[in-house]
Design a protein around this ligand. Structure first.
Ligand code: ZN
Length: 473
């Protein structure tokens, strides 16, 4: 509910430069102030009339005629009826401005991310949960086996051909740990060829956490060797990205307790927090790191380091803009219609619908929705329009990658559908790993995918290409 103090809506007026509605004119007669149209509003209404879209059929012809006359005369005072019509048309114009043109698209099957796995106790799995991994590691016994278990499991999953019982997996961990110790002490390796290969890979991975620590300046002890290796390889392949992280002074905290509340990763006050996620596969872990760095780089670049208005970020402002049009059309065009902003303080004598309208207007102003929108770059607006289309139906058209337990494609789609900035971070990750390009290549081949969906993804690709090309590769 809006506040109803005496200072009222006047404290929430946008700055004069951004004022969106007609300003009151003191007629000196003691009656309600008359209004003239501001330049920006005159332009908005003129564009709307010229487009032939969005002129409400319920608009009284007399109000429309008065409004059209006022468009050509800067000093023309609007009758109450014409002022209502102007406010309604401004509401329609602002809805169209923020949403662009969208329509419900056909459902689209999503590409699964490539995952291998392991047959464990007769069941195909693509990973173990944190508890399962801890249990297996503890039963393998010995500090070396416990330390190596996540890395060994990764190599077993990446191989894809193992068929083991849980006891067999535990024995494998013990055997590979023994081979690893032999390799470290310079003795020749004997035994199962696949076990020897895993042991050698672990020896090679050993230096990765130290390398990551040296690269990022943050102790990477809470990262497995294979996870550190995945990040190191990405940073080595993308030196400009590392330079960008340094230029922006992005800090990292691995094994962060704060990240737990955010589903494993978060970007807070310039710091990328990642939870201790030893059970997470290196490729998935790298993607989580890329997602968080997407907030720290691409999102900030796209939004010019500004904070997105909260209700635009979660999309709730769209419903408000739409409802505002409905309410204005319902209550407008009569002398009893919505009063100009200068009279909002008298809201308590309005009916329910008008009170709702006031609450919406107040929320739009307090969240700086239209000011925030108008401050966004053309590319940020294009990407937002693409998001509006792709997020429909819990993000049916978004690309959800399978990042393991708790981060399945549906989770990832819902997550991106809920917030534009999460979408920014996720598509940055997908661009960094090449998945946006391959997703679009698949879409282009399909005749059953709505052209609007393809267009939205083309926009995603183009905006990402423009803003990430300087920092990736
Ligand atoms: Zn995020």
């Amino acid at each position: 509910m809006p506040e109803r103090d005496d200072s009222g809506p006047s404290t929430r007026q946008p700055s004069p430069a951004n004022r969106t509605t007609a300003r009151p004119v003191d007629t000196g007669s003691g009656t309600a102030p008359r209004r003239v149209l501001g330049d920006a509003d005159r332009e908005r209404i003129r564009t709307l009339l010229e487009s032939g879209r969005g002129v409400p059929s319920t608009l009284p012809p007399r109000a429309l005629a008065q409004l059209q006359a006022a468009l050509g005369d800067e000093a023309a005072e609007l009758s109450p009826e014409a002022a209502d019509a102007a406010d309604t048309m401004i509401a329609i114009a602002e809805l169209a401005e923020v949403t662009g043109s969208t329509s419900i698209a056909t459902a689209l099957a999503q590409q699964p991310a490539v995952t291998r796995g392991l047959t464990l106790d007769g069941r195909r799995v693509d990973g173990l949960t944190e508890e399962e991994l801890n249990s297996v590691a503890q039963r393998a016994r010995g500090a070396v086996a416990v330390y190596l278990a996540p890395g060994i499991l990764h190599h077993v999953l990446a191989d894809g051909t193992f068929d083991l019982t849980t006891d067999g997996l535990i024995q494998l961990i013990r055997d590979v740990a023994a081979q690893y110790q032999q390799a470290k002490s310079g003795q020749p390796l004997t035994g199962d060829e696949r076990y020897r290969r895993i042991a050698q890979a672990l020896v090679t991975d050993d230096e990765q956490p130290d390398l990551l620590t040296a690269t990022l300046g943050e102790t990477a002890l809470k990262v497995t060797s294979t996870q550190a290796g995945a990040i190191n390889r990405f940073l080595a392949d993308n030196p400009r990205f590392l330079a960008e992280l340094r230029r922006r002074r992005v800090l990292f905290e691995f094994g962060s307790g704060k990240a737990r509340a955010y589903g494993g990763g978060a970007y807070l006050d310039g710091v990328v927090h990642l939870q201790d996620l030893k059970h997470v596969a290196p490729d998935a872990f790298l993607r989580l790191v890329l997602h968080e760095t997407g907030h720290a780089t691409f999102q900030r670049i796209l939004l010019a380091d500004r904070t997105m208005p909260l209700t635009l970020d979660d999309g709730s402002a769209i419903g408000q803009l739409l409802r505002r049009v409905v309410l204005r059309q319902t209550y407008g065009y009569t002398p009893a219609g919505p009063p100009p902003r200068s009279e909002w303080r008298n809201a308590q004598r309005w009916g329910t619908g008008l009170t709702e309208l006031l609450a919406i207007e107040t929320s739009l102003l307090e969240n700086r929705v239209l000011d925030g929108w108008r401050g966004m770059s053309a590319d940020a607006k294009r990407l937002y329009h693409a998001w509006l289309l792709l997020r429909e139906a819990d993000g049916a058209e978004l690309l959800g990658l399978d990042l393991g337990a708790g981060r399945r494609p549906d989770n990832r789609r819902e997550y991106q559908a809920g917030k534009f900035t999460e979408f920014c971070a996720e598509v940055f990750m997908q661009a960094a790993t090449g998945e946006v390009t391959s997703h679009l290549a698949v879409l282009e081949q399909r005749g059953d995918v709505d052209e609007e969906v393809k267009n939205a993804w083309r926009t995603v690709r183009d905006v990402l290409a423009t803003h990430t090309a300087p920092i990736l590769g």
